[in-house]
Design a protein around this ligand. Structure first.
Ligand SMILES: Nc1ncnc2c1ncn2[C@@H]1O[C@H](COP(=O)(O)OP(=O)(O)OP(=O)(O)O)[C@@H](O)[C@H]1O
Ligand SMILES: [Mg+2]
Length: 455
């Protein structure tokens, strides 16, 4: 037995062997010896169990430490701040992001009420969370926490969630705060960019308006120049005629002999002068009429901004304008009016009347040479807009002209029949009303003008 005990390397086994030696020294009976061996065997069993438990415990401990390190690394990697509180909102755990943001030490915070991190104004509401309003009340609540030095931190958006224990009972609250400083800065930058863009756009619209005004003035000057120089030239001729007539009449009054009178009459070209006088006066009148027509058309412009913006009945205004324009021309044209009843539009009724007259006059001009002239005016509502269409069965608009028809003074009509302002004025009126206007050719022939107005 001694030899078997001495081969056992374990120090505790020596103690067992010693015991056996000492026991062996006594004169034991066979029975007693068997009992002892049994005791020793049991002791060895217990001892090896102990060893196994210890190894197991060490393994579990290592796993636990690993899990703890893992959780700590996750907490440390979070850029959001984390605050874990118990049921009475006392801080149980925080993450490094919170410590970095506030400058606090972890030890300062643990066990403290969460509300000490909050500015005074926010304390009441958030303290109420503990009182049962629940973490649901804490949803994207933007707060500046109080740093260790008493200064407010960058804003964070706080969200709370209930934490439950193993039995499912409420055990406190987990609060996550997402720093919104970056977001806020990006938002501010976006806002500034938007404001800049709007200013630039306004500038553009303004300079576009100025440019179109410039074009208009240049156009007006050009358009007026022709008839005005015409009238001016005619007055020079009239002055010359006046002088010649005065000289001739003076000779007549002075009783000049018939022969001398005839000679003077030939010399002064009195017969040709008298024959020319009628067309001279006619031409001058035409020139003046053209000036007055241009001025009249320009005055349509000021129509745009005059009067109250008010709701009016679309069918009524459009119908009146169309009939008015058609009657004024005395052309036998088949008129097809299809306007919805009770359709109310906001704007200047007078200005819309003007637009309709312009469009129908164009259509009437277009169908002037057509065998069976036909004009159709229809209206319908589409979403928030009324859509009005004027169609004719004239020759349509040449492809090359489609982009130019809205330009001021663009006209394909002979002098005296068009100033080229009708569509330009209409375009401006519709745009000022918040609508849009387009022209095009219909596949079956003829032109179609479509415009919209807000209902
Ligand atoms: N229904 C149409 N069919 C064919 N061409 C058209 C039609 N409407 C407009 N146009 C073309 O567009 C041009 C410009 O039209 P706009 O109404 O602006 O001026 P205008 O009719 O020539 O002159 P104003 O209207 O000032 O008397 C016209 O000269 C014509 O060539
Ligand atoms: Mg016109």
């Amino acid at each position: 037995m001694g030899s078997s005990a001495s081969t056992d390397p374990r120090p505790k086994a020596h103690a067992t062997a010693d015991l056996l030696d000492r026991v062996g020294a006594l004169a034991l009976t066979d029975l007693q010896e068997t009992a002892w061996i049994e005791v020793i065997r049991k002791m060895e069993e217990v001892y090896s169990d102990l060893i196994r438990y210890e190894v197991d415990l060490e393994r579990k401990n290592a796993a636990l430490e690993g899990a703890q390190r893992f959780i700590a690394s996750v907490l440390a990697a979070m850029s959001d701040v984390l605050i874990v509180c118990d049921n009475r909102l006392r801080i149980q755990q925080v993450n490094p992001a919170l410590l970095e943001m506030t400058g606090h030490d972890e030890a300062d915070l643990l066990g403290q009420p969460f509300t000490t991190l909050l500015p005074f104004a926010d304390r009441d509401l958030l303290a109420g969370l503990a009182g049962g309003s629940g973490p649901a009340a804490l949803r994207d609540r933007e707060v500046r926490l109080i740093a260790k030095n008493g200064e407010p931190t960058d804003p964070v958006a706080l969200n709370g969630a209930l934490r439950r224990d193993a039995k499912g009972h409420a055990a406190g609250m987990v609060i996550i705060g997402r720093p919104v400083g970056e977001l806020r800065r990006a938002y501010d930058a976006l806002n500034t960019a938007h404001a800049d863009l709007k200013a630039a756009q306004q500038q553009l619209v303004h300079s576009e308006k100025l440019a179109s005004l410039g074009r208009l003035v240049a156009g007006v000057a050009h358009e007026l120049n022709n008839p005005v120089s015409f009238v001016l030239a005619n007055t020079h001729v009239l002055e010359d005629y006046r002088q010649r007539l005065t000289a001739y009449l003076a000779a007549v009054h002075d009783g000049a002999p018939a022969k001398a009178r005839t000679k003077l009459k030939d010399d002064l070209g009195i017969d040709a002068l008298l024959a020319d006088l009628e067309s001279l006066i006619e031409g001058t009148r035409e020139g003046a009429a053209r000036v007055s027509e241009i001025v009249k058309n320009l005055r349509r412009l000021s129509f745009t901004n005059r009067g109250e913006v008010a709701p009016f009945d679309l069918a009524e205004v459009v119908g009146t304008a169309v009939n008015w324009a058609v009657r004024a021309r005395k052309i036998p044209v088949a008129l097809d009016l299809d306007l919805p009843q009770g359709c109310r539009v906001r704007g200047h009724a007078g200005a819309l009347h003007q637009v309709m007259v312009n469009l129908v006059e164009n259509a009437l001009d277009a169908v002037a040479e057509v065998a069976a002239p036909r004009i159709a005016v229809s209206g319908r509502s589409e979403g928030a807009h009324a859509v009005i269409t004027v169609r004719d069965n004239g020759p349509g608009i040449a492809e090359a002209d489609i982009l130019k028809v809205f330009d001021p003074f663009f006209t394909t009509k002979p002098v005296g029949q068009g100033t080229g302002l009708g569509l330009w004025v209409s375009y401006n009126i519709i745009r000022d009303h918040g609508g849009a206007i387009e022209v095009g050719n219909r596949p079956e022939g003829g032109a179609a003008v479509v415009f919209t107005l807000p209902l």
